[in-house]
Design a protein around this ligand. Sequence first.
Ligand code: SAM
Length: 305
Amino acid sequence: MTNTEIIFTFLDEKAGQEQGYYLDGIISACEVWLEGKEIPHVDANVTKEEIRRGLQLAILKGMKQNAQPHHQMTPDAIGILVGYIASKLVHSKEEVALLDPAAGTGNLLYTVMNSMVGAASAFAVEIDDLLVRLAAVSADLLEQPVRFYVQDGLRPLLVDPVDLVISDLPVGYYPDDDNALNFEMMPTEGHAYSHHLFIEQSLNHLKPGGYGLFITTVNLFESDQSELLQTYLKRHAMIRAIIQLPDSLFKHVSHAKFILILQKPTEDMAAKGAPDVMLAKVPDMMDKNLMAQFFRKIDKWIEEM
Ligand code: SAM
């Protein structure tokens, strides 16, 4: 068995023995592992990615049995792409501070942190208590320094400015109008879109020059509130890239998403004006040649930035 399979089997057996929900069982199994009372018998050179994938398989099984409302773990195919781009964007930094304001199980965040070349630390915000507990034991097993906040990610956040925000944004209306009034993208009538407010919140917490990588719906710029978004972005951000993800990653074409890459401008950048936006489409991910071509395009774009 591979290390990932050994880890999954260990968590699966332990979680299956527990009374109650399987996802709670995974948390207990991770705690037993962390305390060293029982451990999966993996190779001494087990990697963080192998541990993350073992955890992910167990969490996916738990989600099938007991779906968390409004939560879908970010698939690996997307996480690995975001990780690749993020690590290149911050390659010159010795230490990178990250934020995921809607972190869920942390799967996306950990994929990105595992792909960083230098040291990385993160702030993770999530409203669902069970998901935060899962994310927290995972961070301990992965030895990733993450500070967790169990709260509405659109409420004030006590986090220091970060180099990178990555997030698979919750999409839809944000019901808390009183709080939404604190954001520029609150419309004069009706509810604001939570994905818009998450973008605004993220830019508020980025250092000048820092990047935001958001996984969001393809119709972002075509909604009834897209004018608010356009105006906001013109004032506060530079759109760096829009990378369309393959339809095959989503159950329905209407659920298709893209990766929106924004940069918070420094004063110098703002004076120079808007840069060109890199538009790309991720090809069939099973086609090695096309994927190699795609990564070359990404590398060239980052080199020329
Ligand atoms: N990247 C995550 C992962 O790999 O598990 C998945 C993120 S999921 C697409 C979006 C997450 O946003 C869900 O876990 C949901 O509970 C959370 N969420 C929704 N509204 C929120 C809010 N107002 N504040 C914080 N988290 C929120």
